[in-house]
Write a new protein. Structure first.
Length: 265
């Protein structure tokens, strides 16, 4: 239940910064770089006070995965609606993680399979993927889900097997991201710093809570639990962006919640 509480708090932070990202009107590596720059002073302080050990190279791998994820996510939001991209990207990622990890999770039992199936089925019901052509927004949403599954698996390994310090790990990832993107971005735009600040704060906060949850539950369980984001994302899309909350979407939300509760308790 501790993991579920951490994941609930993480879901609130995650859905909020994704909504801000969708409404920012800016995309590409330049905005990702700006968000990293905002948190750079804090990251540098953490690095000075922390102990790197194996954290430095594990953080570099995480940086590659998270940067790819961030850029792909922005492209997805530019191509599709929030209430489509968000559920697809957040809901299908745990299914991918579960398929990869279950062969090594002895004793997981059928509950995880059933929970994953409920989550995946709920996402399909919410977005009517069974009766809709696979558009660019949905395709990129699935690409985001793949990136999410990749960094979830790696970060889970880093926390549980390598024993990295969470704060130092996040700091290494952020500093490395800023350095790499500084060599890639051709035009730096500081005019969007007001939009970047809340995203820069909420992003590590949401994922830091996920990394803490990994110390209380398996990577597969945490991946499924993160689909609570789907519920909040759909509600924010309806309330803030005035996107339609259809009966099918409501039924899908209920199915997703059932899957989360099944594998998280």
């Amino acid at each position: 239940m501790i993991a579920l509480g951490l994941l609930t708090a993480s879901a609130c932070c995650h859905a909020a910064w994704n909504l801000l990202m969708k409404t920012s009107g800016r995309g590409g590596p330049a905005f990702v770089w700006l968000c990293g720059v905002v948190m750079l002073p804090v990251s540098l302080v953490v690095l000075v006070r922390g102990h790197l050990g194996t954290t430095w190279w594990a953080g570099l791998v995480s940086m590659v995965l998270h940067t790819t994820y961030a850029v792909t996510l922005q492209k997805a939001y530019g191509a599709g609606e929030f209430s489509t991209v968000y559920p697809v990207s957040r809901g299908t990622a745990p299914v991918l993680v579960t398929l990869v990890t279950i062969p090594w999770l002895g004793g997981s039992g059928p509950r995880v399979y059933v929970g994953a199936a409920l989550v995946f089925g709920g996402v399909l019901l919410m977005d009517r993927l069974h009766s809709r052509r696979l558009g660019r927004g949905i395709a990129l949403g699935l690409a985001v889900a793949t990136c999410t599954a990749a960094y979830t698996l790696w970060d889970g390994f880093a926390v549980t097997s390598l024993g990295v310090d969470v704060l130092t790990y996040l700091a290494v990832t952020n500093v490395a991201q800023v350095v790499v993107l500084s060599a890639v971005v051709r035009q730096f735009d500081f005019s969007q710093w007001r939009r970047a600040v809340p995203i820069a704060v909420l992003t590590p906060a949401s994922y830091g809570l996920v990394l803490l949850a990994l110390t209380f539950a398996s990577v597969g369980t945490v991946a499924i639990g993160r689909t609570l984001n789907v519920v909040l994302g759909a509600l924010l899309g309806a309330i803030v962006l005035r996107e339609r909350l259809t009966p099918a979407r409501i039924a899908g939300l209920a199915t997703v919640v059932a899957g989360v509760v099944l594998v998280s308790t």
